[in-house]
Design a protein around this ligand. Structure first.
Ligand SMILES: N[C@@H](CCC(=O)N[C@@H](CS)C(=O)NCC(=O)O)C(=O)O
Length: 206
């Protein structure tokens, strides 16, 4: 398996951390969407990361979208899967995962609004709308009391995605997560970042 993309992306990092936690072997192809666009387009038609290449040569398959990759990883991991297979436990984990993912998507859209448009084309009310949606997600995530993990007794994908997204915002959009505002998320993130799997997937220098 080859994971394409940099750990600066929360979508790439959650896949890398999940592979490390489940003990599945993988290689990396560290390509940047800014500098290596042509190379990425040869692997995946939308030009986004992550991509996950399964197999080799003519039998190679490419998965796009981190959610599809995590689905494959869970299938391969068997009893070490990070999302429960069914029922209320699965819904609970997924509801937290998609809250964290939605938060990341809105924060990224807000960041693109500022970085990808000429300043005179930034529509301030839309930017504020996007940031308020990200803040709504953060408040809901911060309201969850870990017991000791976000979805209960076991570490799950809810913990991985939430901590990866929070770390991403701390680095990329610190104004959305000022020190002390999201105390539970800060504690959760600190605990997760100490795990060897998180340490093994450190975001590269921009
Ligand atoms: N839903 C996708 C989102 C992937 C995504 O948006 N990746 C960003 C990096 S953080 C990207 O490649 N952006 C470049 C672009 O869209 O041009 C996933 O979960 O994999």
């Amino acid at each position: 398996m080859i994971l394409v993309g940099r750990y600066l992306s929360p979508f790439v990092r959650r896949v890398g951390v999940s592979l490390a936690l489940t003990g599945l072997k993988f290689e990396r192809l560290v390509l940047s969407t800014a500098a290596d666009r042509e190379k990425i387009l040869k692997i995946t038609p939308i030009g986004r990361v992550p991509a996950l290449i399964l197999g080799k040569g003519r039998n190679a398959e490419v998965l796009v979208d981190s959610t599809a990759m995590l689905d494959h990883i869970d299938e391969k991991a068997g009893r070490r899967a990070l999302t429960p297979g069914k029922g209320a436990a699965r819904r609970r984990v997924n509801s937290i995962v998609f809250l964290a993912l939605g938060t990341a998507e809105k924060a990224i859209a807000a960041a693109y609004e500022k970085s990808r448009r000429p300043p005179e084309k930034v529509h301030q009310p839309w930017l504020e709308h996007l940031e308020s949606q990200a803040t709504g997600g953060l408040e809901a995530l911060n309201a969850i009391k870990a017991k000791p993990y976000l979805a209960g007794a076991k570490l799950t994908q809810a913990d991985v995605t939430t901590a990866v997204v929070f770390g991403y915002l701390k680095r990329g959009a610190p104004h959305l997560v000022p020190e002390g505002r999201y105390k539970r998320l800060e504690a959760h993130s600190k605990k997760m970042e100490k795990l060897p799997a998180f340490k093994a997937c450190q975001p590269e220098q921009p």
